[in-house]
Design a protein around this ligand. Sequence first.
Ligand code: 4AD
Ligand code: MG
Length: 462
Amino acid sequence: MKRSKIIDLLRSGETGREVTVMGWVRTRRGNKNVAFIALNDGSIIHNIQIVADLQFFEEELIKKVTTGSALKVTGMLVESPAQGQPVEIQAKEIEILGEANPEAYPLQKKGHSLEFLRSIAHLRPRTNTFGAVLRIRHALAFAIHKFFNEKGFVYLHTPIITASDAEGAGAMFRVTTLDISNPPRLPDGSVDFSQDFFGRETNLTVSGQLEAELGALALSLVYTFGPTFRAENSNTPRHLAEFWMIEPEMAFYDIHDDMDLAEEFLKYLISYALEHCPDDLKFLNDMYDKELIERLQDVINGAFIRLTYTEAIQILKDSGQKFEFPVEWGCDLQAEHERYLVEKHFKRPVILTDYPKEIKAFYMKQNEDGKTVRAMDVLFPRIGEIIGGSQREENFDTLYRRIKELNMNEDTLWWYLDTRRFGTVPHAGFGLGFERLVLFVTGMTNIRDVIPFPRTPQNAEF
Ligand code: 4AD
Ligand code: MG
């Protein structure tokens, strides 16, 4: 089925030739002599206008050209007399590829709420908003690989099914083939996982980091980019149960190198979107968030603020601000605290370092004060934490002590500990939540609207 993509026709402007387009009808209007059909094929946010002189077409056919129906149109590409579009097609042949009964098709009028569109996630890619978001999401994914490839990083495919809990948070989805209504049991009554598929307890990964560290301690520079899963019951606009994470891991990097890379990476990705997605960003800027493009440019043009967690706590305490969760040294920062620092106090992205070890994962490098670890979180306007990372504890004894202190199951981590036994080196890495990045770049406000099919508590349809 040979066709021209609408993006190419709108951009080339080469008129006076016959073309064939295929796509979905956004609107049909007109009078008894002529029909104007706005056709979209998803290659670009703009529609191409089809002009059908009704003396050449059966009334029955034109009646089936309704919002949502799919067409194949052949005709002459001509300059358009109408404002705001360079070209249009004078239809010679129109074939209905697929009808969409107007009584039943849910995307009739414009301006459906985002909430309603979530309930028809199977059709929402056909709206301007989701077309724009999905194209931007694609561009960012591509730019991520481009960035790391240009720097000589190796894309490491880490497993989805694991037996370890990388973050030690326990928020995991179990993977099993046992009959859950009647599992095999040990004499003490507990479930006998040795009879499970993998001969042990397994779960969906919360992070590819531990395996990425193994890669970095051989290839120096690696990154992962894959789905990760968290069974936290967090029903917020910034949490998904299934999200995509990018985790670079670098041998011979300390925390400062780690922060430099994170800042360069984020700026590169935002610049890439500004350069490659101007039409989609302009649409989102006009429709949802008049400061979007300005905010993106702002992040690129200037250094991120860097300070310690301890300094940040002091600023929050001195702020006189009433927070829902009061601040004390040792507390985990909530989105309200992070956003105060970024949006009110510094008015710039912020990187916080040296968090209390109690609120961070076991693998982070311990500082000499005995209280803090070499963690770094990047905080963004409207998002809060967009990146979490750290320098890793490379010393075997210190790391082993921490694993024991936390009562972690060392049997599932022997291979991780081996890297500290054999040729250990300083190394660092971070994790970027892909949907939080897409949220920031598109200016959308709910993370459910930047992934095609969101997985959240009580929701796994589509
Ligand atoms: O801070 P987190 O939990 O860090 C890690 O998983 C480390 N292993 C990363 C590393 O050092 N390699 O998660 C990293 C990022 C967060 O900053 C956030 O952007 C995102 O992942 N994230 C989520 N995004 C959507 N929904 C969730 N439930 C998320 N949890 C974390
Ligand atoms: Mg974190």
